[in-house]
Design a protein around this ligand. Structure first.
Ligand SMILES: NC(=O)c1ccc[n+]([C@@H]2O[C@H](COP(=O)([O-])OP(=O)(O)OC[C@H]3O[C@@H](n4cnc5c(N)ncnc54)[C@H](OP(=O)(O)O)[C@@H]3O)[C@@H](O)[C@H]2O)c1
Length: 244
């Protein structure tokens, strides 16, 4: 039986790795409103607890997604996980001429190795009706010369990973959310002035004329979770950013 989308998450247990801020936090808010229970995972307990309070209660687990043992420990105590959403990721990047390649490869660890550890660890707890949402990004289609080469490779890899895993894990669904510029704490690492300049510049160039909001991306993630025929898909939510 196909449940109405508004009821599909009622009583579901959703693990959100990266749920302590930005898109993950907004997703936690959205799915809680639909009656899901949530386990929030990230590196900062303080951030996770703040979101848990905000959404009226959640399990919180501290883990760095690139630490396999820590990720396995998160899932060891979870009997049923209906959906897994992974939004963990940091800004990183840098131009190759000015960077140590090993530092740049952290983007691959966060977006490929980490999700592999998490998906392997969640398998035993996920029913056949379950689904996984990974996070890609606009740089997959629209790279820039600003030091995002390895991030672009990583997010392109996320798309390939999702499509293959949709076959391997069938009938569990595996999809990718691919945001463009979204106003989140991700850019705080740039410092206030550069952050404002980067986001204002991006907004001016976008067909939509503004930066996206985390709630808009959360709405798209909720769609990927609840539409039971979406599978192996990359859902772009970028204000038209790939067109310019
Ligand atoms: N915002 C954008 O414009 C944009 C555009 C395209 C793609 N994305 C991608 O969307 C995802 C979410 O970004 P966001 O904008 O929501 O950023 P955000 O507000 O910084 O949220 C990212 C979350 O992931 C957690 N995290 C980061 N590295 C982690 C790790 N190694 N292990 C576990 N948790 C980790 C962070 O918490 P802790 O620091 O506590 O771990 C944080 O709560 C990222 O993968 C980002 O690359 C964002």
């Amino acid at each position: 039986m196909i449940m109405p989308a508004a009821e599909a998450l009622h009583g579901a247990h959703i693990v959100i790795i990266g749920g302590g801020s930005g898109i993950g936090r907004a997703t936690a808010l959205a799915v809680r409103k639909q009656g899901a229970s949530v386990t929030l995972v990230g590196r900062s307990l303080e951030k996770l607890e703040a979101v848990a309070r905000e959404i009226g209660g959640a399990n919180v687990r501290v883990a760095d997604i690139v630490d396999r043992k820590a990720v396995e420990a998160v899932f060891a105590g979870l009997l049923v996980v209906d959906h897994l959403v992974i939004t963990a990721g940091s800004l990183g990047g840098g131009k190759l001429a000015e960077s140590d390649p090993d530092d740049l490869l952290a983007a691959i660890s966060e977006r490929i190795s980490g999700p592999l550890y998490a998906i392997k660890a969640v398998m035993a707890a996920m029913p056949s009706t379950g689904s996984i949402v990974l996070t890609g990004g606009q740089f997959s289609d629209r790279p820039s010369g600003d030091g995002v080469a390895v991030v672009a490779a990583a997010v392109r890899g996320v798309e390939a990973l999702a499509r293959s895993l949709a076959l391997e894990l069938k009938p569990i669904r595996v999809n990718v959310i691919a945001p463009g510029f979204v106003e989140t704490p991700l850019f705080d690492a740039l410092g206030a002035e550069t952050r404002s300049a980067v986001l204002a510049g991006a907004a001016a160039a976008l067909p939509r004329g503004r930066i996206g909001q985390p709630g808009e991306v959360a709405e798209a993630i909720t769609f990927l979770l609840t539409n039971t025929y979406m599978n192996g898909e990359v859902l772009h939510i970028d204000g038209g950013g790939r067109l310019v």
